[in-house]
Design a binder for this molecule. Sequence first.
Ligand SMILES: [Zn+2]
Length: 173
Amino acid sequence: MRRRGRGYVAALLLGSAAGAHAKCDKIEIRVLPFNVIEDYSKPYKELLKIGTGGGEVGLVRTTFIARVQGCIATVGYEAPTLYVASELPADPCAFEHVKAHEQEHIAIYAAALSTLQARIEARVAEGQDLFEAAKTEVLAVDADQAALDSAAEYTKNASACAGKIIKLAMNRR
Ligand SMILES: [Zn+2]
């Protein structure tokens, strides 16, 4: 859950796609497994440091990876972690509400990953550099993530659970 926040993931691009192209007929694209870690142990104040803005009662952090080794490219989201502030589980309504919102972010990543290989392959087949193709795709996912955190969604969350979620975020700021 994040209102401001720019850039959902840090992108890490390793290796040289250009160099690999020279030696390979085709670069095989592999997608990293997407295994979500759930962490409800960190207090709100710590989540503020992990997040990039907004009232971070919950958030998802991950790093997008694009790595070329030989003729194999590995792409995907490394160590996706769903955080909900440790103050929240004591209030089941607030906890479930925030967790459900963060799971929507997770679902966006999962949906994107299901077609990521095909979409990057299509771009590379059109002559695009592999890293450029991966970057274009990851930015599109970022835009989808930002769209979930609309003003309407924020307002809905602010009034949910008798305003307890927003109270937590405001009190601890
Ligand atoms: Zn959100």
